[in-house]
Design a protein around this ligand. Structure first.
Ligand code: AMP
Ligand code: FES
Ligand code: ZN
Length: 311
């Protein structure tokens, strides 16, 4: 197998692009793909200050590596979720990556921030699925850190596989409001929100894993233990089977949706006027934001449990 660009021996085959690349040409291909997505969707420029949410996994570390390499102004944000060894390991990897490149990483930890709870505290008291509480916590701390730090943009490492699986789930259940929001760039709907972008939405998990491997990035390989059996994994598996038979399906599904489908759903969701949460000051549709409502539910249930155990 020969590299499509330079005819040297290829180290990676990308069936979705009907291509194969040697190491230097693949690194160039990946960097260019990310840069093109940033420019095409007007995500940010080199003047913007970008907060990169890094989980310690291959996608977000590959993204931070590329952005730094391309000369963007970045800082990282790691949120400790308190999920045992998985969180400890991912924090170590994120910190080591930042240290090795002299980059600034902000570290927050659930359970240590004032008034916060860990995922397991949230799930054991409210009986919500872990990923639901986790999503609420992440959104809140990401938004808050981006606003407090005066950043212009918040970037996450969601890749093509994540986007295709999310799109499949949204289409399967005809989640019109979610389809309206499925975009690689979310424009802020309140002055305390910053623009949210997904520069890897066109690059697959295989591509970011290959990039991270070839760059020698030490990332956490294990998946979150709470993700076992998650519906998202069923959608990913289905998309992988389709991709196997019809290479390029994921990319076509996502990009054609954005081109032809998304405009049809864009008005499916009413944008409520957002005020400020009475408790934390972040944007909220009602009196309090979703995060503060969840926190007070946990506090209420914990107080009830203490009362019952004393009775
Ligand atoms: P996930 O929701 O786990 O698929 O992660 C999607 C993206 O969210 C990652 O690529 C990161 O950019 C970001 N992310 C997930 N977990 C964390 C975390 N604990 N700290 C910071 N960013 C995270
Ligand atoms: Fe949120 Fe696993 S990463 S529950
Ligand atoms: Zn709040």
């Amino acid at each position: 197998m020969k590299c499509r660009r330079c005819a040297e021996t290829a180290v990676v085959q990308l069936r979705s692009h009907n291509s194969a690349f040697c190491k230097p040409c693949f690194l160039l291909f990946f960097r260019r793909a990310v840069e093109r997505a940033i420019d095409r969707d007007r995500m940010f420029t080199r003047d913007d200050h970008v907060l990169v949410a890094v989980s310690g996994g291959k996608d977000s570390l590959a993204l931070w590596d590329v952005l730094h390499d391309l000369g963007y102004r970045t800082e990282g944000l790691y949120l400790g979720l308190g999920i045992g060894d998985y969180s400890a390991e991912s924090e170590r990897k994120a910190m080591r990556f930042a240290l090795s490149r002299g980059l600034k990483l902000r570290v927050l930890a659930l359970g240590e921030e004032a008034g916060s709870f860990t995922i397991s505290e949230a799930t054991s008291t409210t009986r919500r699925p872990p990923c639901s509480a986790c999503g609420t916590f992440k959104r809140h701390y990401f938004d808050q850190a981006a606003a407090a730090g005066g950043f212009d943009v918040l970037a996450t490492g969601h890749n093509l596989d994540d986007e295709a699986a999310r799109l499949l789930g949204n289409v399967l259940h005809w989640q019109l409001a979610y389809l309206a929001k499925q975009q690689p760039v979310l424009t802020p709907t309140h002055p305390r929100f910053v623009r949210k972008v997904r520069p890897l939405y066109r690059t697959s998990e295989l591509e970011s894993a290959t990039y991270a491997f070839l760059r020698g990035i030490d990332y956490v390989v294990e998946e979150c233990p709470n993700s076992h059996g998650a519906t998202q994994l069923v959608y990913k598996d289905l998309m992988n089977r389709l991709e196997q038979r019809m290479p390029g399906s994921k990319l076509m599904f996502v990009t054609d949706f954005l081109k032809h489908g998304h405009p049809l759903f864009a008005d499916a969701t009413a944008h409520p006027d957002l005020g400020e949460c009475a408790t934390c000051g972040m944007p909220a549709a009602g009196e309090r934001c979703g995060y503060c409502r969840l926190v007070s539910e946990i506090e209420r249930r914990r107080a009830q449990a203490v009362t019952y155990s004393r009775a």
